[in-house]
Design a protein around this ligand. Structure first.
Ligand SMILES: [Zn+2]
Length: 132
């Protein structure tokens, strides 16, 4: 089994790196009065933040809901109830779609960029800020 990782070409420092050489990180932040989680990775050379997605609590709910339906599909397997299987499959497709639409809408709301700012007391921990 071979996994092919995407190559990222940093448009800030022109550094080229493979997705498997970076860590996917998450940080929670408050944007527009909403508690959101930013999923991101950074350029290993210049530390530019690349957003993978923004997610919120509603997204987690939708994801859980989807997982529950997937569990029902696994349980239904072998029961030969084809009609029910079709219904469940359709549900998964719809729930997946709903989840994707929700994420797209949420990310569209915040089209700006994320960047690190030095913390006031110059601590190791970096603070991420949103630039609209
Ligand atoms: Zn870079």
């Amino acid at each position: 089994m071979s996994t092919k990782f995407a190559t990222v070409y940093c448009d800030d420092c022109k550094h080229e790196f493979s997705m498997d050489s970076v860590d996917i990180q998450e940080t929670t932040m408050n944007l527009g009065g909403q508690a959101l989680t930013l999923v991101y990775f950074t350029c290993p050379k210049c530390n530019k933040i690349y957003r993978i997605t923004l997610k919120d609590e509603r997204y987690e709910e939708l994801k859980e809901d989807l997982e529950r339906t997937k569990t029902r599909i696994r349980k239904n397997r072998g029961s030969r109830n084809d009609e029910f299987a079709r219904t469940l499959n359709l549900m998964v497709t719809k729930k997946h779609e709903r989840m994707r639409n929700h994420l797209a809408k949420l990310n569209d709301k915040f089209p700006g960029t994320f960047t690190f700012v030095a913390s006031e007391n110059n601590h190791e921990d970096k603070i991420i800020t949103y630039l609209p």
